[in-house]
Structure formats: structure tokens, C-alpha cells
Design a protein around this ligand. Structure first.
Ligand code: ADP
Length: 504
């Protein structure tokens, strides 16, 4: 009986870990998922227990491997890791155990610290070198905070007793039994410590953030050698051969490897990345510059824009207002109308992200009449995802001078055919949805599979994924323009109504 060569892909996300066993012909042989505990020690603080992440990840990896074994004989040729980005773990080199809870990307405890660093004029250098902003979102200031609040840890870090890393590094450390302390450029580029131009850690940045350089992991190519997982945890020994942050892994998994290729993930929020090839494009429109992968998993660059509220607006209409039973019902409701009848919904519940960056904007619905029904609000929430996506894509194109010939899509709300057609109509370019929507795990698998020779070429990997569904643009240019103008006016109106503190 033949044995199917496969890759174990671990997608360590913010709420849970997914493990997939992916065969060389693209079939998913096994799958498992589990959530883990979120810790909120104070308002605005978010922490994870790195040891729980380790245990959950190993459990789902074993679950997926077992499901695959029950299905057919297979052999794991390599392991790919993709992860929630920016979340930082600090551990003891000797015992291998964390010395503090992981501080999660969502954690806002360093807002004041970021303001101080900005007031000291540090932002320009940080921006120029890293392509990021001084925001609590990124890992760097979380380390500053740790060392300032725990002088004992600062002393131990200086003495070389501690190691730090994002979740990818932590899992590599776990699986290799502490033999390898490494990360990849896509994760490194989210720390505020990584220099885009020289492609490595930068001591000036470490000095600004008071981070001892000795605690940082070695940066290795995303498709590369991250050591061998030891059998004690997974029951299989295999090289860890692919590593990338979740958004960059999805970009890779979607086959976006060259300048002009773009993907959007429609989840709770939306993450749009435009590949810019070898070029480091500095944004004039509030986008981030980040490291991505080229076809071979070597470092390349992308522009990234996030929309804070996307599918969450549908969630709010469902759970907050009770207008629909389930998110997929939104499709039939939107279709039940000929047009939007002038109703626009700006879901700026937490301010506006790219390209507006307006923290004080708040959500608003415009154009209500006696004829407005639940379907109008639902349709307007779906349309808002498409308008927001267009704004970010246009900003990316303006920054880079590159035009996207098509948009690849994934995430929960990309299931909505009506939305995908509307998106294609609005953008005037085809929207392409892959057969396997777990593009994040797939990307990590692709990077690993390429390195270990499971796929001979990047094209082989992509071909194994099966046929994508394509939504071609159909609407008139005039019609599109009218919608855009309506949305623009709605955004302006929502922004002019500022958030105020307190009740009236
Ligand atoms: P995340 O990874 O951010 O948790 P998912 O990719 O799982 O998000 O997507 C879930 C989001 O997508 C939810 O906010 C939900 O309201 C929305 N969603 C799911 N299915 C649909 C659908 N068919 N139409 C519109 N929105 C949807």
C-alpha cells in the first residue's frame, strides 16, 4: 500500500489553534481545532498562557495526525507554522519555561509609552526603518513594558538568561526541545525591532525600546530550516520548514507572490495585503509596510491595510439588533433588494482604520426612510465591507503605483456570493475565491512543502489546491461611481459626528 506524503500545518490563532494534515495532492487528510483561554487582567490588557498554547497546539496536532492516520497511510515530510502576529513570549533559556504571560497583539497597555516615545521624536526613525508606527499593537513596546515593570527580568535578560519571540519562535522552541531559537522575516517585521532595508534586527531600534539584543531569535527565511520537531510531543519527527505570520501566510497560500497581487481576508475585521515585490513602498495613506514572501518563500514586501469592523457589523445586526438568525442569511436578504435605496452604514464602532485612521469616528446609518427594512441594513453592512476594501486597495495602488489585476479573497464573510459579486462590480476586477478557504494554514504548508521537496515548484503547490471560483465584474461604470459617492458622503458625515465621552 502506498504512503501519502504530507505536511502538518499549525495555525496558531488568537482564539484557537487549527491543525491540518495536507497531502501533496492538496487533499486535507486530517483536521482539528481547539480554543484556549483569554486572560483580561485589566481593562485594555490581553494575555495568553504560552504553556496552554503549547498544550493546545500539541493536542490539535495529534488530533489531526490521528484523523489522517485513520483515513490513509501517510508520512509527515515537514511542518509549517503560522501564527497570530505581534504577541510576545519571554522564556527562561535554561528551564525552557515562560517567565511571564504572553502579551497579546490586542493589548493596549503601552499606549502611554507610545505617546511618550512619539513626543520624544522617536517615531520618524522607527517608521523609516520598520515601516510601522509607534502603536501598542506591535511587539516592541510590550517588551519595553515588561522590562520596566520587572527589573528582575531586565537583569536576567541582560545576563543572557532569557529568550524572547513571537508565537512562531515559542512553538519552534517547544517542538525542537529548545534546540532552535528562530523566527522568520514576516514575524520579525512586526516587532518594531527589524530593519526592512538591511533585513535584520537593528541595534538603534533595540536601544530606543530598551530591549537587550541578546534575547532576540535568529531570523531565517520563511521557507527554510527551523530544526526538527522531536518525537516526544507529536509522535513524529519532521523538519519545521515553513514559518510565516498569519496574514503573510494567507498571502502566500493564495498564490500572491509578485508585485500587484492582492488578497483580502473578510473576518471580524478585514486585512488587505498588496504584494509590492522587491520594493519597499513607504505609505502616504496610513498603510503599513511589511515583509511578505516571494514564490520561493524568500523575503519580499507588501503594503497592509486593516479595516477594524467587517463581518463584525453583520454579527452586530444579528446579536445586537436581532435582524437575522445567522450570518449566511445576510446573502438572501441583500439579494431580496434591487438596490441599496440610498441606505449607507458606516460601521466605525471603534473608529476608522486604514486609510482614514480616525479613532474618534463612530458608527452611523444614513438615508433612512419609512420604507427602510431590515434587509436594507443588512445589505448596507455587506456593502460597507466592499467599500472599505476598495478604499484600502486604492490607497495601496496610489502608494505603490501598482494596479491589482484581481483580488483574491478568504475569511468567513468571503463565503457570501452576493458580497463577492458586489465587490467585483465595485472594483471592476475579478474576485477570486479559492476552493480551500483555510489559506493561512495552506500558506504555511506551502512554505514548508517547498523546502522539503513535497512540491517541486510553487506552481505545483498552487495547482494542488483545485479550482478557484471567480466573480467577474458586471455592473456599469456609472452605477459604481454613484455608489462610491454615496459611501464617501456617508463616511464624511460619520466622521463629522465626533465621539464624545460620557452620557447625556
Ligand atoms: P475571524 O477569523 O476574524 O474570527 P472568520 O473568518 O471566522 O472571522 O469570519 C467570521 C465573520 O464573518 C463574522 O463576523 C461573521 O459575521 C461574518 N460572516 C460569516 N459568514 C458570513 C456570510 N455568509 N456573510 C456575511 N458575513 C459572514
Amino acid at each position: 500500500m502506498s504512503v501519502t506524503p504530507s505536511i502538518l500545518a499549525l495555525d496558531q490563532g488568537t482564539t484557537g489553534t487549527t491543525a491540518l494534515v495536507i497531502a501533496h495532492d492538496g487533499r486535507i487528510l486530517g483536521r482539528d481545532y481547539s480554543e484556549f483561554t483569554q486572560h483580561f487582567p485589566r481593562p485594555g490588557w490581553v494575555e495568553h498562557d504560552a504553556e496552554e498554547i503549547r498544550d493546545v497546539t500539541i493536542r490539535v496536532a495529534r488530533g489531526a495526525l490521528e484523523a489522517a492516520r485513520n483515513r490513509e497511510p501517510h508520512r509527515v515530510e515537514g511542518i509549517g507554522i503560522t501564527n497570530q502576529r505581534e504577541t510576545i513570549v519571554l522564556w527562561d533559556r535554561e528551564t525552557g519555561r515562560p517567565v511571564h504571560r504572553a502579551i497579546v497583539w490586542q493589548d493596549r497597555r503601552t499606549a502611554e509609552l507610545c505617546r511618550t516615545l512619539r513626543a520624544q521624536g522617536k517615531e520618524e526613525e522607527v517608521k523609516r526603518r520598520t515601516g510601522l508606527l509607534l502603536d501598542p499593537y506591535f511587539s516592541g513596546t510590550k517588551l519595553t513594558w515588561l522590562f520596566r515593570h520587572r527589573p528582575d527580568l531586565a537583569r536576567r535578560a541582560e545576563a543572557g538568561e532569557l529568550a524572547c519571540g513571537t508565537i512562531d519562535s515559542w512553538l519552534i522552541h517547544v517542538l525542537t526541545r529548545g534546540q532552535v531559537h528562530a523566527t522568520d522575516p514576516t514575524n520579525a517585521s512586526r516587532t518594531l525591532l527589524y530593519d526592512l532595508e538591511s533585513g535584520g534586527w537593528r541595534s538603534e531600534l533595540a536601544d530606543i525600546l530598551e530591549v537587550p539584543a541578546g534575547i532576540l531569535p535568529e531570523v531565517r527565511p520563511s521557507s527554510g530550516d527551523f530544526g526538527v520537531s522531536q518525537g516526544h510531543y507529536l509522535g513524529v519527527e519532521a523538519p519545521i520548514a515553513g514559518v510565516a505570520g498569519d496574514q503573510q501566510a494567507a498571502l502566500y497560500g493564495q498564490g500572491c507572490w509578485t508585485a500587484g497581487s492582492a488578497k483580502n481576508t473578510y473576518g471580524t475585521g478585514a486585512f488587505l495585503l498588496l504584494h509590492t515585490g522587491e520594493e519597499i513602498v513607504r505609505s502616504q495613506h496610513g498603510l503599513l509596510t511589511t515583509v511578505a514572501c516571494d514564490a520561493r518563500g524568500q523575503p519580499a514586501f507588501a503594503l497592509e491595510g486593516s479595516i477594524f469592523i467587517a463581518g463584525a457589523a453583520i454579527q452586530w445586526l444579528r446579536d445586537g439588533l436581532g435582524l437575522l438568525e445567522s450570518a449566511p442569511d445576510s446573502e438572501a436578504m441583500a439579494r431580496s433588494l434591487e438596490g441599496n435605496d440610498g441606505v449607507y452604514f458606516v460601521p466605525a464602532f471603534v473608529g476608522l482604520g486604514a486609510p482614514h485612521w480616525d479613532p474618534d469616528a463612530r458608527g452611523a446609518i444614513f438615508g433612512l426612510t419609512r420604507g427602510t427594512r431590515d434587509a436594507h441594513l443588512v445589505r448596507a453592512a455587506l456593502e460597507a465591507m466592499a467599500y472599505g476594501t476598495e478604499e484600502v486597495l486604492r490607497a495601496q495602488e496610489a502608494d505603490s503605483g501598482v494596479r491589482a489585476p484581481e483580488l483574491r479573497v478568504d475569511g468567513g464573510a468571503a463565503d457570501n456570493d452576493w458580497l463577492m459579486q458586489f465587490q467585483a462590480d465595485l472594483l471592476g476586477i475579478p474576485v477570486q475565491r479559492p476552493a480551500v478557504v483555510e489559506t493561512t494554514a495552506l500558506g504555511a504548508a506551502g512554505l514548508a512543502g517547498l523546502q522539503v521537496g513535497l512540491w517541486q515548484s510553487p506552481q505545483d503547490f498552487l495547482q494542488a489546491q483545485g479550482e478557484a471560483r471567480v466573480f467577474n465584474p458586471q455592473s456599469e461604470v456609472d452605477h459604481r461611481e454613484r455608489l462610491r459617492v454615496g459611501w464617501k458622503r456617508a463616511v464624511e458625515a460619520a466622521r463629522s459626528f465626533r465621539a464624545e465621552s460620557g452620557n447625556h
